[in-house]
Design a protein around this ligand. Structure first.
Ligand code: PLP
Length: 423
């Protein structure tokens, strides 16, 4: 365990008054839930909103509801995404179908989407990975004439906009996550949004069958949020980061996650969501801009579309797995919060690899091999940003020298593949 300033890879700080609001939610459940629901309806301009126990619970419910409206069973997901996504597909009793991605944008590979969006596809999950922003209208243009629903995965993109439209308002139905590493948090939680009455009715039936969270569950979550609030600060984060049994940042595929309604303590913890979201979005965007300015001259950054990408984290494609591993090692030594994200592409998840053996998503595997993310959250200081840029630069320089010398030894055969231009 190294006692040093340690940046969490992602952080959504909450204040003591948010914890108090959580307790107010316990004693005034109806008012708290109704107010949150009304605020989300107004913010997104949608008719139907439900709050549940997590983003994956929200996705499971959505998929069950869509399957009520169609006999199709395949759910098209990005080849590289959070393992919770295929977990929810399996929990809903449906099959995963992979669509490859463009490493330059983290959006779908358009040509592959045309192929996989066939008559077996129930829906396509347009995912705002890292808050960068996918082109949902383009996905809808391909899907709608073919009778395929567009589900917007806004788990990492709350606060983002594209062409003047908020993320979460462009698909047929969408969901958010309020998990610990997200744009704002209440410990764990999720929301479902839709303007479509047919989907809304099917969702209402599914939601009616969900149990409530137990009182113990509500209080344990509140205590965990309080502990996180204490330890998330970079001056104290070395402590939880040094406890391996906490498994911070671990990504697992599992299907036995809780499927309950959101309780009023969590809703209370979100009472000041609007203020917190505005603050978080502003600092994430500013930090992402700083990082892009300093890094893009010597490294490949990811291009976002028109509008407000929120950058839950700042994505960077390194030139090789070796370079990525070297940067992550340096980060662990210096407490920089640079993350290697998900351990593999979806097609390589052990529990799914047999079922997905015939699926082909090579660019998603490249993303898994080379993507790192830098923290963008509001707890970063200017010197932290300087340390992040210096680390990336020094790894690029050292590995670049390495590449040069192995090129000399191998001749033209050893030339690394040409990198797309930095943006
Ligand atoms: C892209 C994406 N979708 C869905 C989820 C599921 O959200 P939750 O963790 O709230 O279940 C996550 C969570 O990390 C995610 O990153």
């Amino acid at each position: 365990m190294r006692v040093q300033r340690t940046l969490p890879p992602s952080a959504a700080p909450i204040e003591w008054r948010d914890l108090v609001e959580g307790l107010v939610g316990l004693v005034r459940p109806q008012v708290t839930m109704d107010r949150l629901q009304a605020e989300f309806r107004a913010h997104f301009g949608v008719k139907h909103v439900w709050f549940v126990s997590s983003g994956k619970a929200a996705l499971t419910l959505i998929l069950r509801a869509l399957h009520k409206l169609s006999t199709r069973r395949q759910v098209v997901v990005p080849g590289y995404t959070c393992f919770s996504v295929p977990s929810a597909v399996v929990r809903a009793g449906l099959s995963v179908r992979l669509c490859d991605m463009n490493p330059e944008t983290l959006d779908f590979d358009g040509r592959h989407l045309e192929e996989v969006a066939d008559s077996d596809a129930l829906c396509v999950l347009a995912t705002h990975l890292l808050g960068v922003g996918v082109d949902v209208p383009r996905v809808a243009e391909i899907c709608r004439p073919r009778g395929i629903f567009v589900v917007e995965d806004v788990a990492q993109g709350f606060g983002g906009e594209r062409d003047g439209k908020r993320f979460g308002t462009m698909g047929d139905v969408s969901f958010l996550s309020f998990g610990r590493g997200k744009n704002i948090t209440c410990g764990s939680g999720g929301a479902i949004l839709t303007n479509d009455d047919r989907i809304g009715e099917a969702l209402a039936q599914e939601y009616a069958q969900l149990p409530d969270e137990s009182l113990a569950g509500r209080l344990i979550n509140w205590l965990e949020v309080a502990a996180t609030q204490l330890l998330i600060h970079p001056s104290r984060y070395w402590f939880p980061a040094g406890l391996p049994f906490l498994k911070l940042g671990d990504t697992k595929f599992y299907t036995d996650f809780p499927l309950t309604r959101m309780d009023s303590v969590r809703a209370g913890l979100l009472r000041r969501w609007h203020t917190r979201l505005s603050r978080s979005t502003a600092s994430r965007m500013a930090h992402a801009n700083d990082l892009r300015r300093s890094i893009s001259s010597h490294c490949q950054t990811v291009r976002s579309g028109q509008g407000q990408a929120v950058y839950l984290r700042f994505p960077l494609l390194m030139r090789s797995r070796k370079e990525k591993d070297a940067l992550c090692r340096m980060s662990a030594e210096q407490g920089l919060g640079i993350s290697s994200m998900y351990p593999s592409a979806v097609g390589q998840i052990a529990e799914l690899s047999a079922a997905l053996a015939s699926e082909h998503a090579p660019q998603s595997m490249t993303i898994a091999e080379r993507l790192v993310t830098l923290p963008t959250h509001e707890l970063l200081s200017d010197p932290d940003l300087g340390r992040l840029c210096a680390a990336v630069e020094s790894i690029q320089r050292d590995q670049g020298l390495d590449m040069d010398s192995s090129r000399e030894a191998l001749g033209a055969q050893g030339r690394p593949p040409a990198m797309p231009r930095a943006h």
